[in-house]
Write a protein that binds this ligand. Structure first.
Ligand SMILES: Cc1ncc(COP(=O)(O)O)c(C=O)c1O
Length: 473
């Protein structure tokens, strides 16, 4: 970080003649709030003194004060790095890491029996080709039938089986995007999705989503004005907000995308995680299929068994127009030569019985959502805790923008936690935190307690509200 960048956050010290204790205090608040990320290299004392127009002695004293309070560590060859006092405090580390980072539920009830049943067919597995870029016919048929039953007539030729949903996203991005094409994503969104589009060379644009849903005028205008090559959306139990897009809005979005020549990439990985949403609109692509011309609907639908059944299966898929499936098959070998046949064998049985299997998953989510909500309301009433109708996590709003600092402290104390900015493409969303409710019940309250203790510690570090926005004038 340059001296100029630091001073733009602390205020103009030369004019204000602030004391070194005050300057150290301002920098501490910036680190505690996450606006200076832990690990950032601060400017050298000499550079800061020159640019700030202050004596070297003042700046040396400032840095020493930060070192004394644990907000700065000096490493030979690396300079002075922002830190937090608690990162060195290992005495509070519990024996086991509480996982609030991944939203990974346990295998669904009934899966073990289904796997056991499948073993009878295992000897026949060698009749499948080893390298199969499209996927096992029986599984593709089961997936196609499920779309048809959900209201979107589908043939197996419109399905390619992938090695999990993430592979489906990456393969789609790599196939659709040419360098410097524009890709639209939601903010917040599932981080590994925007990473896949970025890696494919896309210029990213974002449209906001909150726990209340999409800013539809913004989404429609962004599609119209930027004409993105692809728009990646999670319209059902959106990760991380839990929001679902209104059926009427789906129609408007599908029309806008068609008019702009944008391929809609609809990630349905969470679609079966309905806890108590009172409606079901069927697959999003239904709306585009109605208006589809000879070139197809332009909607690419991604699916996965990870969230609804078990992430260890690594079964995902893509439903698209046949011409797109052909392009995907051509692009696939650069990254992957086919999904393992044994998993596909299990996958076919799972897809055929998905409706029964997800009953247990929904019960699990209902119970876990209640426990996490109660715990958050009791221990952190100053936060805004939403009540998602489905999905695996809560997008909690903090009472001040310090998500990164909080996550740093929690990690040092033995909890893995992902701060809000990870879910945005531009490092914003410091006021939010994603809390999955997939951990065991006992961990949920213990985890919230750990978070609440860390939050209290942050308040001690940054108590004075006037410190939050230091200005030069
Ligand atoms: C929205 C969404 N899509 C896709 C995935 C990838 O899932 P998998 O690769 O395990 O199928 C995830 C995982 O968290 C997700 O949240």
């Amino acid at each position: 970080m340059s001296a100029r960048a630091l001073l733009s956050m602390t205020g103009d010290l030369g004019v204000e003649r602030v004391a070194y204790t005050e300057l150290a205090g301002r920098i501490r608040v910036l680190i505690a709030d996450g606006r200076i990320a832990v690990g950032t290299r601060l400017p050298s004392e000499r550079e800061l003194a020159v640019v700030a127009g202050r004596s070297r002695t003042t700046i040396v004293a400032t840095y020493q004060a930060l070192r004394d309070s644990g907000h700065l560590v000096s490493r030979r060859g690396s300079g002075s790095l922002a830190s937090l006092p608690h990162l060195a405090d290992v005495s509070k580390r519990p024996g086991r890491v509480v996982d609030f980072a991944g939203s990974v539920p346990p295998p669904v009830d009934g899966l073990r029996e289904l796997i056991a049943e499948t073993t009878a067919d295992l000897p026949d597995i060698t009749t499948f080709p080893g390298f199969d870029l499209l996927g096992n016919d029986a599984l593709r048929e089961a997936i196609a039938d499920r779309y048809t039953t959900r209201g979107l007539p589908t043939s197996p030729d419109q399905i390619i089986v992938t090695t999990g949903g993430q592979h489906a996203i990456a393969l789609t991005a790599q196939t659709l995007i040419h360098r410097s094409d524009t890709a639209l994503v939601e903010s917040p969104t599932y981080p590994h999705a925007y990473e896949a589009f970025q890696r494919a060379g896309a210029r990213m644009v974002a449209t906001p989503v909150t726990t209340d849903g999409w800013d539809i005028p913004h989404l429609l205008a962004t599609i119209q004005h930027t004409r993105p090559t692809a728009a990646y959306l999670i319209p059902d139990f959106h990760n991380p907000t839990g929001a679902s897009m209104d059926p009427q809005d789906r129609i408007r979005v599908a029309r806008a995308a068609r008019a702009a020549g944008t391929a809609l990439v609809i990630d349905e990985a969470p679609v079966d995680l309905n806890i108590d949403r009172p409606w079901d609109d069927g697959p999003f692509a239904r709306h585009a299929a109605r208006d589809a011309g000879p070139d197809g609907s332009g909607v690419i639908t991604l699916g996965s068994l990870s969230k609804s059944v078990w992430s260890g299966l690594r079964i995902g898929w893509i439903r698209a127009d046949e011409a797109v499936i052909r392009r995907l098959v051509q692009a696939r070998p650069a990254g992957d030569l086919g999904t393992p046949p044994i998993e596909q064998l299990i996958g076919e049985r799972v897809v055929r019985r998905l409706d029964d299997l997800v009953i247990g998953r929904r019960k699990f989510l209902r119970e876990h959502r209640a426990v996490l909500t109660e715990s958050l309301n009791r221990r952190l009433p100053q936060w805004t805790t939403p009540w998602p109708a489905g999905g695996l996590s809560m997008w909690v709003q903090l009472n001040r923008p310090a998500s990164s600092a909080l996550a740093s402290i929690c990690r040092a104390r033995g909890m893995s936690l992902i701060a809000g900015p990870k879910f945005s493409i531009d490092g914003s969303l410091e006021r939010y935190l994603r809390l999955p409710f997939t951990s065991p019940i006992a961990d949920l309250d213990a985890g919230v307690q750990l978070i609440a203790d860390a939050w209290e510690q942050l308040d001690v570090d940054a108590p004075a509200p006037r410190d939050h926005a230091p200005t030069a004038t």
